[in-house]
Design a protein around this ligand. Structure first.
Ligand code: G6P
Ligand code: ZN
Length: 541
């Protein structure tokens, strides 16, 4: 026999968060830590035996070691074929697509998304199911339960061929396919859009587009799609060489973590559309010369202009947004007379609606936007959507936004993040929960309502509770409170602030100024000063 059974002891911290198991690299380097979790997945998904598994990651530190262990465990657990990206690399949307294309039973995605990498950074592992979507809450619970009682795992003792060259290998009865990580995903995207039209738009003014890959996984994808297939100059893709520590940066495309790019972009003469993605390529940020497009607005603008995008034109049967995301999308859905679903935070809730055929477009405030071409969010898809809208309408980023607000009104939106310790985080949420249970805030706020958000998935019937607390104000403003599910230390309280103004109202103001009074009210209602000694947010996005 070419594999061995290894005795192990369960770890008590293997409960996956919003998107998989994320811990420090150091934690993952604890002997048996990765293997325990991977074996728990093999035990929870017996159909993997005798079937195909997809594997790849965002190239962060520990990616290669983890990929090698998983291939050896796949062999020992009877997987028939492993499809792995060359260099053990795959962006998250590319991995999801490959799972669907190869009709695999599932896939391991090695990523901690936008969390920093390197030996002192974070690592993560996520299991996606057949079709490419994230594991359901039930499957995640099952994997977690198994990880709590695990006593042994199986791993092959064979040595592996290099993953740096594409090609097919046979390893003691198992097929190992090392594939180009980029081409299938680039083909998929090309099929969604009118590439000749975008190519022409770029050729009219090659300096109009700049993309920052932040030294993360999208570099090779961006070079292939924007430069080779669409003719953008190579210089328009910045930081395109993936690094295992993302060049020491924080690969999150938002105005806080990618502030350097935002400033540089504003100074680049002739640049009209700026964009960036995150560590694993599923997030996106869209910039115009004068402003960042709020992800909530981006989603609504794409919905309103979906007829520019060939794959969506004439057939946008439904849309969805996560609950904290502004209700700008709802206005568009109302005018299109299509359903608009409100889901808990976490892409898997969208995947279920996509899989069930309820929606074709979805997105969230955390810089995620995508369509039904794949079951994960797709950063480059969103960038192409903006290029396509600009090319088809002949409008700038600002003009597209203003035309939208003039028609649908504007939902001013901002998110305040507070880095608290776990006890403070718990105390604030409990205090808010108590007020929600009485239906209104403890303060003098006539007409204000508070509730907890619960959700029943219309496809699976599965119900999840306590997915955030909402404060609704009489003028239509809304505040949402929840704890982040992706952090690896302490508790991050997120406060989402939204103030709608109608089409004939003043939608030209600065969003921070508009939302300052609501931010103050939210901090009061959350008891931030007394419970956590805090008055101002650590990060404003
Ligand atoms: C990941 C998921 C997203 C989700 C986000 C929320 O990126 O893929 O679907 O919106 O996490 O993060 P949070 O830190 O707010 O739980
Ligand atoms: Zn990500």
């Amino acid at each position: 026999m070419s594999f061995k059974e290894v005795d192990t002891i369960a770890f008590d911290d293997q409960k996956p968060g919003t998107a998989g198991l994320r811990k420090s690299v150091k934690r993952f380097q604890t002997p048996h830590y990765l293997e325990n979790f991977v074996q728990s997945v093999f035990d929870a998904v017996p159909a993997l035996k005798g079937d195909t598994l997809v594997l790849g990651g965002d190239g962060r530190f520990y990616n290669r070691e983890a990929a090698a262990s998983i291939i050896r465990m796949a062999h020992a657990n009877g997987v028939q074929r492993v499809v792995v990206g060359q260099g053990a690399l795959l962006s998250t949307p590319a991995a999801a697509h490959l799972i669907a294309q190869e009709q695999a039973t599932g896939g391991f995605l090695l990523t901690a998304s936008h969390n920093p990498g390197g030996p002192d950074g974070d690592f993560g592992i996520k299991f996606n199911v057949a079709g490419g979507g994230q594991a359901s809450a039930e499957l995640t619970d099952r994997i977690h339960a198994i990880s709590q009682a695990i006593e042994r795992y199986w791993i092959s003792e064979l040595s592996l061929p290099s993953l740096d060259e594409t090609g097919q290998h046979e390893i003691d009865g198992m097929v190992l396919d090392v594939v180009d990580p980029v081409s299938a995903h680039a083909d998929l995207l090309e099929a969604q859009f009118d590439f000749p039209r975008i190519r022409q738009w770029l050729s009219e003014k090659p300096e109009r587009f700049v993309f920052d890959a932040l030294h993360a996984i999208t570099g090779p994808y961006a070079r292939e799609i924007f430069c080779r297939r669409l003719g953008a100059p190579m210089a328009s893709v910045l930081n395109s060489q993936p690094k295992d520590d993302f060049g020491g940066g924080h690969p999150d495309p938002n105005p806080h973590d990618a502030a350097g790019f935002v400033q540089g972009f504003r100074k680049t003469s002739g640049a009209e559309l700026g964009a960036a993605s995150d560590g694993d390529g599923d997030r996106n940020m869209i910039l115009g010369p004068h402003r960042m497009v709020s992800p909530c607005d981006s989603l609504a603008v794409i919905a309103a202009n979906h007829d520019c995008i060939p794959a969506l034109a004439g057939n946008l049967k439904g849309v969805a947004r996560s609950m904290p995301t502004s209700r700008a999308l709802d206005e568009v859905a109302r005018s299109l007379e299509i359903p608009c679903h409100e889901t808990p935070t976490g892409w898997r809730f969208f995947a279920s609606l996509l899989e069930g055929g309820h929606i074709r477009l979805c997105g969230e405030e955390s810089f995620g936007t995508s369509s039904d071409h794949v079951r994960e969010k797709d950063g480059l898809w969103a960038v192409l959507a903006w290029m396509q809208m600009m090319a088809a309408r002949g409008l700038s980023v600002d003009e597209l936004l203003e035309a939208h607000w003039r028609r649908f009104g504007r939902h001013y939106f901002v998110r305040h993040d507070f880095a608290l310790n776990s006890e403070q985080g718990e105390a604030v949420i409990q205090y808010l929960g108590k007020q929600a249970d009485q239906g209104h805030p403890d303060t003098e706020s006539p007409g204000h309502l508070m509730d907890r958000f619960h959700y029943t998935d219309p496809v699976s019937g599965h119900r999840v509770e306590n997915q955030g607390i909402r404060l609704s104000c009489p003028d239509g403003a809304r505040v949402v409170f929840r704890l982040s599910g992706t952090g690896t230390k302490g508790a991050t309280l997120r406060i989402y602030l939204e103030q709608p103004v109608p089409a004939d109202g003043d939608w030209r103001r600065d969003r921070q100024t508009v939302l300052a009074p609501l931010a103050q009210k939210a901090a009061e209602v959350a008891g931030l000063k007394s419970l956590a000694g805090r008055e101002t947010a650590d990060v404003i996005i």
